[in-house]
Design a protein around this ligand. Structure first.
Ligand code: NDP
Length: 270
């Protein structure tokens, strides 16, 4: 496990990932491998920022000379308050995972990164209905990206009103559903953070099958509980490491203008 710094103790560095919890993050190892490979200077560190302190922490890191920050659970909405959107997608989604500090601009690379991983897996978003579990920051990016790609998306979330709001905002063929029913789905995306807390596990109805691509935005050595269930029923599976690489590569390219070495980044986190 890499060292995670408290934000007021953060060392001088070029890039950081902020979140809470954050010590499990593989972003530092992945980005440092990419920087070394491209011969780019600077360090990338993990910084813990408690809820409610994001604005103060981003000011602090900018004053320390940080260039770019990735933002993870649970800060993507709060970070968007600190910056102006750098493109149309960030403006519509209202959630950012990548911030350029000097001019306070933020973008969202989770959505484009998610579509990149589907392309790599040869999955066309309009193949069939998508069941999207969750309505938090990551689910927002996925819902907007899938809506833009023309997919039919059914959102289930523990707090139903959030799913309804997200469905209405994402537009396209996106609806909120009252239960997480696998029947008829071509793609099932777990965009909840259920595994991080002590809460009840996800309640799914119906069965996984080989016709389903099961995609967990989370990752864990040996597979996540969600993917283990899907795999046992013969479903194709994708875990969040591919998304970690894709969204990180897009962030690095935006900050530095260099091509990100995705293979090197993948090898660093696998
Ligand atoms: P948020 O905190 O914004 O959202 C959390 C979501 O999980 C909400 O929909 C919440 O429901 C739901 N949830 C939390 N606990 C439970 C539970 N016990 N049962 C059911 N639902 C639950 O987090 P993010 O959207 O930012 O991240 C979600 C996940 O995606 C995280 O695991 C994160 O690590 C992963 N992720 C991975 C990426 C990658 O690069 N691989 C990129 C982005 C995210 P409610 O609204 O009811 O609270």
């Amino acid at each position: 496990m890499m060292r995670a710094w408290e934000w007021r103790d953060a060392p001088a560095a070029r890039f950081a990932v902020i979140g809470d919890p954050i010590s499990h993050s593989r972003s530092p190892v992945m980005h440092e491998a990419a920087l070394r490979h491209r011969g780019l200077p600077g360090a990338y560190v993990a910084v813990r920022v408690p809820r409610g302190e994001v604005v103060e922490a981003l000011d602090w890191l900018r004053d320390l000379g940080y260039e770019g920050v990735n933002v993870t659970v649970p800060h993507k909405e709060e970070a968007a308050q600190w910056c102006r959107p750098g493109d149309d997608f960030a403006e519509r989604v209202g959630v950012v995972n990548t911030v350029r500090l000097k001019d306070r601009v933020g973008i969202n690379t989770d959505g484009p990164g998610f579509l990149e991983t589907l392309r790599d897996a040869a999955f066309e978003p309009r193949t069939g209905p998508v069941l999207l579990l969750g309505a938090g920051g990551a689910a927002r990016a996925v819902a907007f990206a899938l809506a833009d790609a023309g997919a039919e998306v059914r959102i289930f979330n523990r707090t139903r009103e959030r799913a309804e709001v997200l469905a209405a905002e994402a537009g396209g063929r996106v609806t909120a559903v009252p239960v997480a029913d696998l029947a008829g789905a071509a793609l099932v995306v777990n965009a909840t953070s259920a595994h991080l807390g002590e809460g009840a596990p996800l309640e799914l109805y119906g069965e996984f099958s080989p016709a389903i691509l099961a995609y967990d935005l989370s990752y864990a050595a040996g597979g996540t509980p969600f993917l283990r269930v899907a795999q046992a029923a013969g479903a194709r599976v994708l875990d969040g490491l591919d998304l970690l690489v894709a969204q990180g590569a897009l962030s690095l390219e935006w900050w530095t203008g260099c091509d990100a070495p995705r293979d090197v980044m993948r090898a660093a986190v696998r």
